[in-house]
Design a protein around this ligand. Structure first.
Ligand code: HEM
Length: 408
């Protein structure tokens, strides 16, 4: 391994607790660095804005899942066994290139229409109100558990009509699959998740409802439709993407308001700033750290570095979004800055399908919380723990003090 290789220890707990200092140093040095991920995979990490955009949108960075297993085998330098991912969960559009991606995205876009998402607004408000009612009178709560987690999971489970009594299982499997775990545990969770989703597909085929998942099962385009495995993978993608990300938009967003009281005051004084504030939450500390795997189909020059063919490449979105060359004074949290053009939802053909839904949820959750409560951090910010994931940037818990606001 070369001198510039960053090892899995360096991408370990210290990195998870403060990736920003590390990223700032990498951005200074060069456009791409070789890293060894905590699960033992060798990859290239791209941290600057322009180069991250290139990695996300250029067709020479492929996402074809049929190449993943041999690719991962070749780049595995860890000890013991490499975790093998459940194949029936992997055949989704975030793991595919055109024309397969184009076909899958078209079919899901048919079911996930802007109108259907916009229609969810009153229901999202209702769920938020219920969750905030439930903590009334409690002087201190964990905001992740009380609001940031249950809101998006309830919304996505209602959209896909996941039965209420299965949602805890779903949360457990999903957490296992996204965090660094032992291979055997990952494989078991993957199998259980696939079996559960397979039963759901069968059920929706037999008993279609008015939900988006039923629409997906029955969606057709030029006589084309999703097959059983594609439906399992699509449901998996939507459920995981819909519930591991928005939770952090809400919790990290509130944390950053609390850490910057003058910004919180500005927002309280002028509520028309809320949509811009949500964009700044996404830019300053979005829910996705390193975007999903891509690999080079030929040698590609990325800034001052040429990455050879057949290499795994990761773009750090939270790093790109603090690149001073794109966002002046990038390390400063400012809800009034023009934050548009951030990469928190990705870029190019894989741009987040759920972005409009996530924005609605973020605005309603934070807006309603501020309307109803005065909030403060219950612990010192330094004691908060961030999840040990290279993909997801999010807090395990966010203890806050709450006191109800009087009528205005
Ligand atoms: C704040 C919340 C969210 C963030 C920050 C986020 C972020 C992202 C990012 C960065 C990507 C691209 C990944 C890559 O190219 O490697 C992506 C793709 C995707 N997201 Fe989201 N997401 C969020 C919420 C959601 C929600 C609520 C849903 C669904 C209900 C969703 C569904 C998807 C899907 C289906 C894709 C794949 C699109 C494709 O491959 O064409 N996301 N998301």
């Amino acid at each position: 391994m070369g001198e510039n290789t960053i090892t899995q220890e360096e991408l370990g707990d210290e990195y998870f607790q403060d990736p920003h200092t590390f990223h700032a140093a990498l951005r200074e040095q060069s456009a791409a660095h070789q890293v060894v991920l905590p699960r033992g995979l060798k990859a290239w990490l791209v941290t600057r804005y322009e180069e991250a955009r290139l990695v996300l949108a250029d067709a020479r960075f492929s996402k074809d899942y049929s190449q993943f297993e041999p690719l991962f085998d070749r780049h595995f330098v860890g000890e013991g066994e490499r975790a093998r991912f459940e194949q029936s969960l992997a055949q989704h559009m975030l793991n595919s290139d055109p024309p397969s991606h184009t076909r899958l995205r078209k079919l899901v876009t048919k079911a996930f229409t802007a109108r259907r998402v916009e229609r969810l607004r009153p229901r999202i408000q209702e769920i938020t109100d219920e969750l905030l009612d439930a903590v009334a009178g409690q002087p201190e709560v964990d905001l992740v558990e009380a609001l940031a987690f249950p809101l998006p999971i309830t919304v996505i489970c209602e959209i896909l009509d996941v039965p209420m009594d299965q949602r805890d299982d779903f949360r457990r499997w999903s957490n296992i699959l996204l965090a660094g775990n032992e291979p055997a545990i990952i494989q078991e969770a993957g199998g259980a998740m696939a079996a559960f989703l397979s039963r759901m597909v069968d059920d929706k085929r037999a008993n279609p409802g008015d939900d988006i998942f039923s629409a997906l099962v029955h969606a057709t385009e030029d006589d084309d439709r999703l097959d059983h495995t594609e439906l399992i993978s699509m449901a998996f993608l939507l459920l995981v993407a819909g519930h591991e990300t928005t939770v952090n938009l809400i919790a990290t967003g509130v944390l950053n308001l609390l850490r910057h009281p003058e910004q919180l005051e500005k927002l309280r004084a002028d509520r028309s700033l809320l949509p811009g504030a949500v964009e700044e939450f996404l830019r300053y500390e979005g829910p996705v750290n390193q975007a999903t795997f891509r690999f080079t189909t030929e040698a590609v020059t990325v800034g001052d570095v040429t990455i050879p063919e057949g290499e795994i490449v990761l773009a750090s979105l939270i790093s790109a979004n603090r690149d001073d060359n794109r966002f002046p004074d990038g390390e400063t949290f400012d809800i009034t800055r023009p934050a548009g053009g951030h990469l928190a939802f990705g870029h190019g053909i894989h741009y987040c399908l759920g972005a409009p839904l996530a924005r609605i949820e973020g605005e309603i959750a934070v807006g309603t919380l501020l309307d109803r409560y005065d909030i403060g951090l219950a612990d010192e910010p330094e004691t908060l723990r961030w999840r040990s994931s290279t993909l997801i940037r999010g807090l395990y818990t966010l203890p806050v003090s709450l006191s109800a606001r009087g009528p205005r």
